[in-house]
Design a binder for this molecule. Structure first.
Ligand SMILES: [Zn+2]
Length: 133
């Protein structure tokens, strides 16, 4: 029977909720800080600068949104599938708790994660499962 200690699960949940809070607080508020002013006094000279800022900010927002997805999905797995939380989705071995404490949204153990990124990078590492980190 797989299952992490309640204590570790609680710690992971706290970590996830804190991260969720941070991400939600950062939110989209930075997209256009001049919006209020701009609507009162249209100033076309500032437009290119504002658009550049929007591109940068929306990229940041996209990264935040991806992390938000990971954090929310981890919280929902924690809520709905508690018994399997922290189990590698690839090899079904427990993910090290040290890794989970740092990255509670991790879905794969280190060897599987590395194997996946190796595949993406187009090369293979042999015996990945043989070494223990
Ligand atoms: Zn694995």
């Amino acid at each position: 029977m797989f299952g992490l200690d309640e204590e570790i699960l609680a710690e992971i949940k706290t970590h996830l909720e804190a991260r969720l809070d941070e991400l939600l607080t950062q939110g989209d508020g930075k997209v256009d800080p001049n919006r209020a002013d701009a609507s009162e006094v249209p100033d076309e000279d500032t437009q290119p600068y504002t658009e550049m800022n929007q591109v940068i900010t929306s990229r940041q927002n996209r990264l935040n949104a991806e992390e938000l997805d990971r954090v929310e999905s981890a919280l929902s797995r924690l809520a709905n599938n508690r018994d399997e939380f922290g189990m590698c989705e690839e090899c079904e071995e427990p993910i090290k708790t040290g890794r989970l404490k740092i990255m509670p949204w991790a879905r794969f153990c280190v060897p599987c994660k590395e194997m996946n990124s190796d595949v993406k990078l187009g090369y293979r590492r042999r015996n990945t499962r043989d070494y223990i980190d």
